[in-house]
Structures are given as structure tokens and as C-alpha cells.
Design a protein around this ligand. Sequence first.
Ligand SMILES: Cc1ncc(COP(=O)(O)O)c(C=O)c1O
Length: 445
Amino acid sequence: MAVYIESKTLKTVPKYDKSTPQYEQIAADALSNSINHLNFAYSQKLCGAEGAVEFYDSGVYTYDNHGKRYLDCLGGYGIFNVGHRHPKVINAVKAQLDQVCLHSQDLLNPWAAHLASQLASIAPGDLQYTFFCNSGTEAVEGAIKLARLATGKTEIISTNNSYHGVSMGALSATGREIFRKPFEPLLSGFVHVPFGDIKALEAAITENTAAVILEPIQGEGGINVPPIGYLRKVRQLTKKHKVLLILDEVQTGLGRTGRMFACEHEGVVPDIMCLAKALGGGVMPIGCFMSTAKIWKALEANPSIHNSTFGGNPLACAAASACLEVLMEEHLPARSAVMGNYFMRKLQEVKEQFPKFIADVRGRGLLIGLEFQSKELREAVQEELFHRGVLVAGTMNANRTIRIEPPLIITESQINFMINTLISIFTELHDKLTVLHYPREERVS
Ligand SMILES: Cc1ncc(COP(=O)(O)O)c(C=O)c1O
């Protein structure tokens, strides 16, 4: 265990020089600083135990301080849609560094304005206006406030097992007790209904309902794809009752599910849409919520009633603009659909081969959930994948499920590598379990 020694002198940023690798020192410093100054839980994390420190990244790969390469099938929880350090995004940010980094807050900000116009040109329907913030949580927070402001109503309907972030407003929408309970009382007026259940949703609508907030596919809930037609019915229902529809596309947006926005699979146009994660091109943090000119009128009387100092900063906007261009130029939404189908077909084959291990394969595009028969099995396989150079992670609200959300530029041969690694782990596990299950004398040779 690392020992905490308080120091009053400020250490300079260590130089991680590839030509003079001081791997052991880097790892030791990273671990003790993480334990002493971030969270003690790092001592229990796999990367901590292994001393695997992030060192370099490129394309679909992350490299640790030992030079070990990891195929990134996690995508930083959905931020690396265009890959790690895409040259176009990097160059845009480098150029921006030489011009304006953070804005004066007083003059017009041409980078934010340009990005907003780009988003309007690709967003579904008549979503025309954008407010920029710095994260998905803030995007949801702002969307909830806008819905209340525009309707004059207070109730928000969300879904069980949803994940919308952890600030008090976004957390009130999030549908999992483990996150909510310790912070109650949360905002009043939030109710949760089962995801995919249109009747339950209709029953929850009252005269005071401002909005329904949904992820088109629940990400942290375990990659839950609702029944076909659900989103369309939600749209019809919300229109009928004059309730706003907020779609949280923080994880599903920007090509992840095989369309630019997941709501496009059902031709649905929300009233408010939240984006973040991949919007920054895997280089800068940025989030936003978008809405129609009609709803945006609610903000006209006092445009700074909702605001953010760093929101829309030129560096983040330059990255996001370049990211949108890459998504379009490299046809990444379509690529996600094709590669996602391939990945899921291969995973289905693995499931048929090892039904004792895999319970379900589900998802859309390159947002894939791999559900195991138990949490313990999921943890063991995830750890082994890590050792063999593949990054994946569980989902926040479903502990038997591994999320697979690689950069959308992943190739067939990289998918094959992941699949073959998985098969080799299952084969070894299968043999081990067989040995454990049948004592030697009972085994048929
Ligand atoms: C659908 C959804 N909404 C909101 C958030 C919160 O985003 P952030 O972590 O950037 O605050 C997440 C994060 O995983 C998410 O998946």
C-alpha cells in the first residue's frame, strides 16, 4: 500500500519521454498519487494492481507504460467515435491554440456559432438552436430546465435503469437507486416508468407533465434496445398530451448506433436533444442541448438565465466541428452499422458455442451489450481480456453486462482479434470448469 507523505513543494509535471522509459517509476508515482489524491479505491482497481498506466493512444489502440497495446473496445465509454487522436481533430485544435483558446465572453464567438450551424444542418427535424456546455450531465441538466421553462410545468417522466448523469437535476432523472438514494431528497416532480412500456408511460402523464426524458437505447442500463416502434409511439403520445420529448443521445448520438442519431432509426424528432461524449472528437470535452426555435423562445427574455463560462469555448468547438466533418467524410455512421452487424453476428456465434457463459448479445451499430450468466463470470472475462490486450467495461446499472463500444473506425480484422481472444478465454474456462466439475476418476478420457 502506498504511504502518504505530505509535501509542501509543488512537483513539476513529469516528463514521460519515450526514449528514456522510466516505466516502473511512472507506474509507482501514478498509483500512489491516484490512491492518495484521487480515490483510495484505485488500490483495488485492476489497472492499479497491474501498474498499467496510460501512456499513448492512436486510432483504435491505447498503449500503457510498458508499451503494451490494448484494442480499445470500450471507447472511453463512448467518446472515441472518430478514433483516438484523429489527425483532423488534432490539427484543428492545434491551429485553434495559436489563435484563441478560451473566449473573451464579450465578443461574438465565431467557433461556437459555426458549430451550432453545423449541428442544425445534421440534427433531426427542426432542431435549430444549441446551448454548449462541457459534459453530458450538464446537457441533461439544461434540457430539464428548458423543458420546465418552456412549458411552465414541473413534472418529468424518466425510465427505470436510465442513466442521465449525476448532478442533482440529472440524477433526479437517472433511474437507479444506488446512485440516487444517498443524495435524497432529489428534485421533486420526477417519476420513473419501465423502459419500453408505452402503457406505463401513458399512465404516468398528468396535467403537470413538462417532459419525458429517454435514451433511445439505454447505455448504462445494460445496452437495452426497446421494442421496435416504442420511440415512435412515445413521440405520438407526447404530442397528443402536449408534453415535450427530451432525447438523451449523449451515448447513442454521433454515429454510435449506425445512424447519426439513434432517433433516426424510427424517424423520430425530439423537442430537445442532448449530446456530449463523442462530440469533442475524443480530444476535447464538450456537451450541448438542442431545440426548436419555438421552444428556444423561452430563453429569449433572458438569454443568460442558463449559462456556462467554459461552454462553447473555441478549443472545444474547433474539435467538435472537425469531429462532425470526420463523421460525415468517413461515413462513420454507416460504417458503424456495417461493423456493428459483423461484430454482433460473430458474438452470436460465440454465444451459440458457449451458452453456459453468454446469456445475451444485444445492441445496435457499435453499441453492443454482451450479457454473461453471472457478475463473477463477467468480471473474470473482463480481467482476462485486459491481460490479453482488449479493453471492455461493465455498464453502470447492469453488472452482468459488458459494453462493447469501440471507435467506429474499427476494422474486421480488429473485431476478429477480439472475438478470437474471447473464444480462447472461454475455451480455457470451459476446460477448467470441466476439470472442476468432474473428479478425475469420473472423467471419460
Ligand atoms: C445517456 C447518458 N447521459 C448522460 C451521461 C452523463 O455524461 P457525463 O459523464 O459526460 O456527464 C451519460 C454518461 O455516461 C450517459 O450515458
